[in-house]
Design a protein around this ligand. Sequence first.
Ligand SMILES: [Zn+2]
Length: 276
Amino acid sequence: MRVKKRSRHRKAVKFYSTCFGFREPYKVLVDGTFVYHLLTQGLLPADEALRDLLSASRTPVLSTSKCVLAELRRLGKSHAHCFDAASLLATTKCEHEKVVSAVNCVLSLIGDKNPEHFFVATQDADLREQLREIPGVPVIYGLKNSLFIEQPSVQQRKFAQLDEEKRLNMDISEYKKLLKAASEGKTADDEIESGGEQHKRSISSLVKNALGVAEKSKFKRNRAKGPNPLSCRKKKPKPQSSGAQDQGPKADGESKRKRVRKRKSHKDNKQAEAAN
Ligand SMILES: [Zn+2]
């Protein structure tokens, strides 16, 4: 189950990075309900818990907003520990001169298209429902002592497809170029790593922006590359060793004798050295 959960989360993160351009370090916009959940369930340190959830190589940046903090403060002493913990996080600037509710503040920070690429972490079911209708907003929530990423909604998947189709229709000639580049994608990437040419760098970045295509081809290559050579290498030695077992006792005996001889010769040398 754990492996399934992890791979589901990875797929979700991959979806948002491929279709909406999410990049590490990921930004996680946290509201008061989520901070409360983290504290009561002991999911600390929170940034490590979220890094694990997102399978991220870099620690994600957790942030709140002025309005979220104000709402926590308004809850008084019972939620003072939440306010203290939340005030240690980074504060994303919102445009509210007068403080608004945390829900409205989060929604305004996300806007129509989530341009800042926030993951939103909240326990508020209503807010989660509203966020599902906005394309490109991954939602994180907790159930007891484990965290989850909501799978991209049907609307989000449709939007991603529409967006892709639009792009394909807009620049067909460019897209053909990108396909060519994608087929050479791996070598281009390798050259980039070893300090390759600049225009190849720009091609690869375009390929990555061309939704899905390059990423999908990469996936296939990785799958073919990954397990097969390793399993083959491990299997090959076995028949050899079984063949050796057929002639086993002789070969072993010979090798043992050789070893003994070597040891003797070493001893002889040492004795000789000691005598000298
Ligand atoms: Zn605000």
